[in-house]
Design a protein around this ligand. Structure first.
Ligand SMILES: C[S@@+](CC[C@H](N)C(=O)[O-])C[C@H]1O[C@@H](n2cnc3c(N)ncnc32)[C@H](O)[C@@H]1O
Length: 360
């Protein structure tokens, strides 16, 4: 956008940060997002399947429980403007959950030097916030981490700067609490700033519950890209055995500890690349929740080798999801159900829950 000549009557900007690219009344955002999913299905997958109405976020503002910031050269935290190197100072962000807004205020007064970026992860359940420091050397930040915990940050982690992505390289726990508890529906699970967790827990809880309902009951379920196994825990109520796999070591550790704490003896965890899925078969149901790039070629091949009767596919990118759904339908699967979920109000991002079955 270069200039607004005449604002739409639906235009609404509650002080959005860069990257929040849907400045509209919340009710007006929903059909737009539903449209992204419908269009992906017809244009990319060339399928005429029904798309169920989008489930709105329980809260359109104050929903985000994770955020990442660059450090502004003149001090304070900043967001990077998408598609450029420009840093925009952040004093507040209405999309962040209350505890993160408070942490942001605190960190803006703190001298943070020698770092590349910082990350926050908070809990709606406990109101606590963890801080992740990225860059430099862990030992240089131990004292500062203790000071930050005294100032009210619940726990501090450090991660090496890594070209593969944030917290993909070595990490160290520095001070305070190593994990926080968060609620997803009826489940309370551990989260931390160095591994994945859905950032809108109340919206995600609705998706996990509906995914488990679609999956129904059965013997063996396998979850790929399973993180710390929240969906696996939902599935565990109705499946005799659930195997959760993920590449991230820390996610697997947390998942194992949660399964033990929750007494879910029928959920086991394995650290593995989704490309190796075939070795975890057979399974009646396979659930996948890949990053934006969707299923790698090898993962799709492994899935076709496993040939589960049912697939739950959760996606954060409708275009790669539609591409993968098209490939699965070419190999005998039928798309029985698709529903967008809004995890990210005021942004173009939309999550999709889908369910496919082997048609023969
Ligand atoms: C969108 S998250 C979903 C996590 C989980 N289902 C949840 O809802 O919390 C994607 C997950 O895929 C994992 N991942 C990324 N690439 C992977 C790969 N090649 N093999 C296995 N897991 C991978 C990440 O570690 C991350 O936990």
């Amino acid at each position: 956008m270069v200039e607004i000549l005449e604002p739409s009557p639906d235009r609404e900007d509650p002080g959005l940060p860069p990257g929040a690219d849907l400045p509209m009344r919340y009710e007006a955002q929903l059909p737009v997002k539903e449209g992204f999913v419908r269009e992906s299905l017809t244009r990319v997958a060339q399928l005429e399947a029904e798309v169920h109405p989008i489930r709105p976020s329980p809260a359109p503002l104050g929903y985000r429980t994770a955020a990442q910031f660059a450090l502004h050269p003149l001090g304070g935290l900043a967001y990077r403007r998408p598609g450029s190197d420009e840093l925009v100072r952040v004093h507040d962000d209405p999309l962040l959950a209350g505890p993160l807004r408070e942490a942001l205020k605190l960190l803006n007064t703190w001298p943070l030097v020698g770092l590349e970026e910082v990350a926050l992860r908070g809990s709606l359940l406990t109101g606590e916030v963890q801080l992740g420091l990225v860059g430099g050397k862990a030992r240089h930040f131990r004292k500062a981490a203790e000071g930050l915990v005294e100032a009210g940050i619940a726990g501090v982690w450090w991660g090496a700067a890594d070209p593969r992505g944030r917290f993909r390289g070595p990490t160290r726990f520095l001070a305070g609490k190593e994990t926080l508890l968060e609620r997803y529906g009826e489940l309370e699970v551990q989260i931390d700033v160095v591994s994945f967790a859905q950032v809108n827990p109340r919206a995600a809880a609705g998706l996990y519950a509906e995914a488990a309902k679609l999956a129904g009951t059965g013997g063996k379920a396998l979850e790929l890209y399973g993180g710390s196994g929240v969906l696996g825990f939902f599935l565990a109520r109705n499946f005799a055995q659930v195997t959760v796999t993920d590449l991230n070591r820390r996610s697997i550790e947390k998942g194992r500890a949660d399964a033990a704490r929750l007494g879910l003896e029928n959920v086991r965890f394995a650290r593995a690349d989704a490309r190796e899925a075939a070795r975890f078969g057979p399974a009646e149901l396979v659930a996948v929740d890949p990053p934006r790039s969707g299923l790698a070629k090898e993962t799709l091949a492994a899935l076709l080798e496993l040939k589960p009767q049912e697939i739950v596919y959760i996606a954060c990118d409708p275009a790669t999801w539609a591409r993968d759904v098209a490939r699965l339908t070419e190999h005998g699967y039928r798309l029985d159900f698709a529903r967008p979920y809004d995890f990210f109000p005021y942004t173009h991002h939309v999550e999709v829950l889908s369910y496919l079955t082997m048609s023969s």
